[in-house]
Design a protein around this ligand. Structure first.
Ligand SMILES: NC(=O)c1ccc[n+]([C@@H]2O[C@H](COP(=O)([O-])OP(=O)(O)OC[C@H]3O[C@@H](n4cnc5c(N)ncnc54)[C@H](OP(=O)(O)O)[C@@H]3O)[C@@H](O)[C@H]2O)c1
Length: 289
């Protein structure tokens, strides 16, 4: 796994703005937002985490058009479907010894068929739950006082439930949207749990709404129909960014909440007090060093 080196510059006094899935629909908006903040405040240092080198190069061009130079930010390449890559990313970030102003766990994926990673974890769970939960847990002690971990969740968490074998799932019951939603429910439960365990930092979810991004393309015949009937009513990622900005600014000083682009509210009790909360916590916490 390639992780780009940060050029030898004086990083003293800087705070990190970290986003995963930086090249995606919402991720690119977040990256540009962080870049714009860093052009105004030299104390902020964006770390843009991507998995695809070519897309990372395109992102680099966009960021530098805004006025950042290569000394002002870093792009880290990492594939979050593997736990060892998540560990490597956390170690790399920790080695900078800088406070984290915000970590936005934005990377996400939806898989057409049941598949597992090298550890046997169902892929939606691996990318959408296990990776962000472990990354957040490993980096929590580096988050600045009143800094934030922001987990991008989904409204679909409310329409499914998870069982004790949730990490591996059941191939016979697999559905694309169903298993994606289960992974977002697990991440939401963990968000509420972490918020209770780390009272000195903010840990919140953002529900961005239905956005017109690569994620909602099904690669099926009805995509063309959806282009006319459905997509015009979805949000642009630039609109959904408002929820991320609100969670980052967090003017109400809340934790364990869900932000949308229009409001914020405590994580619903059904999710926050999910019967598997202890198991979910143990699954993540027992796996981190
Ligand atoms: N679109 C919606 O309607 C919607 C609704 C609710 C929640 N969300 C959530 O919003 C977040 C952003 O999604 P989006 O709509 O912007 O989708 P997107 O355009 O498909 O972006 C997803 C990003 O995640 C990255 N990613 C996927 N798998 C990865 C992996 N294994 N390792 C590292 N990076 C990985 C992708 O990398 P590449 O650029 O290399 O593909 C991409 O940058 C996700 O968490 C998603 O679940 C989306």
């Amino acid at each position: 796994m390639v992780i780009e080196e940060i050029s030898e510059i004086d990083m003293a006094g800087k705070e990190l703005l970290i986003v995963t899935g930086a090249t995606g629909g919402l991720g690119k908006e977040i990256s540009m937002y962080f870049a714009a903040l860093a052009t105004k405040d030299k104390g902020l240092y964006p770390i843009l985490c991507c998995r695809n080198k070519d897309r990372a190069e395109e992102l680099r061009e966009c960021v530098e058009i805004l006025g950042l130079s290569s000394n002002d930010y870093a792009i880290f390449l990492t594939d979050l479907s593997s736990s060892s890559s998540v560990d490597e990313l956390a170690t790399r970030i920790k080695s900078l010894n800088l406070p984290i102003r915000v970590l936005v766990n934005n990377a996400g994926s939806m898989f057409g068929n049941y598949q597992t990673n090298a550890e046997g974890i169902e892929m939606n769970m691996a990318v959408n739950f296990y990776a962000p939960a472990r990354l957040g847990e490993m980096l929590a002690s580096n988050v600045a006082h009143k800094g934030s971990i922001v987990n991008v969740v989904s409204l679909t968490r409310k329409h499914v439930d998870i069982e004790s074998g949730f990490l591996k799932g059941n191939p016979n019951l697999y559905t694309r949207l169903g298993n994606y939603s289960k992974s977002k429910l697990a991440l939401s439960v963990f968000t509420a749990d972490m918020a209770a365990r780390y009272p000195n930092i903010h840990i919140n979810g953002v529900d961005p709404g239905v956005m017109n991004t690569k994620m909602i393309k099904m690669d099926r015949w009805f995509d063309k129909l959806a282009d006319y009937l459905f997509r015009p009513f979805t949000l642009k990622p630039s609109q959904a960014l408002k929820g991320i900005q609100a969670a980052y600014q967090n003017t109400a000083d809340v934790s364990g909440y869900v932000f949308t682009r229009k409001k914020y509210f405590p994580m619903e009790k059904k999710t926050a007090n999910h019967p598997l909360r202890q198991l979910i916590q143990a699954t993540v916490c027992n796996s981190v060093k």
